[in-house]
Design a protein around this ligand. Sequence first.
Ligand SMILES: Cc1ncc(COP(=O)(O)O)c(C=O)c1O
Length: 393
Amino acid sequence: MTVSERIKAMTGKASWVRRMFEEGALRKKKFGAENVFDFSLGNPNLEPPARFREILMQMASDVSTGTHSYMPNAGFVETRQAVADYLSKLSKFSFTPNDIVMTAGAAGALNVVLKTILNPGDEVIIPAPFFMEYAYYVENYGGVSRIIDTNTDFSINLDRIEEAIGASTKAILVNNPHNPTGRVYTQEKLTRLGRLLSRYSEQYGEPIYLISDEPYSKIIYNGLTCPSIFDVYQESFLVTSFSKDLSIPGERIGYIAVHPLMKDKDIIMEGLILCNRVIGFVNAPALMQRVIPSLLEVSVDASIYQRKRDVLCKGLEEAGYKFFVPGGAFYLFPESPIPDDVEFVRALQEENILTVPGTGFGGPGHFRIAYCVDDGTIERALPGFTRVMKQYV
Ligand SMILES: Cc1ncc(COP(=O)(O)O)c(C=O)c1O
């Protein structure tokens, strides 16, 4: 056999997002792209801010010697300094370049952190629903995902977390703002989570790490802010990227920031830098590392996504859908009116509306709408959403 048994089993269960994408391609061919309403992918539809192109052109025309050479595996020190300065403004702590590793997106960052900390059999607690790739990332390093329920409004359930913590717990992985629900965790809840983790870290004599995945931290509405994880817990990693807030997911640029006071920080940093190299990333893309220091305070206009959210929520509410109004990211996670979310998503497909079943995110009985699409797609899809709902009520 050509591929490993493990990978063969994994490719056999193609992700729901991928299945919807393929279904969409077929339907677009058959019915015309303008007649298919594709809400399946979290691919931002806004173009990057003008400033991004300006800085990109400037950096691309730099002909200095060594511009395209290998660099320290953690990334350029100037880039890490800029990120450190930026983070120092957002939390009570002061960061230095020695707290930062530049990575190939948030996905790269997560893999580097997990490879650094996991021994085979170590458990990572993940509140569901969740971004499905997490389970693969944990498995990449022999870890075990411990999936736990959240509250009905998708806020973190501390009791469930406490029940799941044990001697094998190495980390908890949270995502704020949240894919697929759009939930934004509050400072108060995160503070209580931090206290809980401190208590159990002390009890087990080993830190339980908090990993916070925050690529949507600037896509946030109604004056909400994404609380700094560093202010709530010392043994914490921030992993993030510029994929969503600058609309540049194809450019693969992100970073890991480690709490400046993390116990054993030096060995952790050495591990992260080594893993960035030996996973095969070597370092984050050089050109993007030169671009992003000028763009740390810049992002796409989140109010555009907020407007899309409002139009979608109003239309779906009128059609009888039930959901929690998202506070950030660009996803809505309504209840399916029937328990079988896959069947419901298939019914929407008959109207050429492509969404993803909640089952694909460990959240059955729901479905995900990625509303990072143009306004016309939302407006033209609403009558179809209404017709499908009418079949079930
Ligand atoms: C919650 C979450 N984490 C991580 C990622 C990966 O982001 P990146 O493209 O920066 O690797 C995504 C992408 O959709 C995501 O939704």
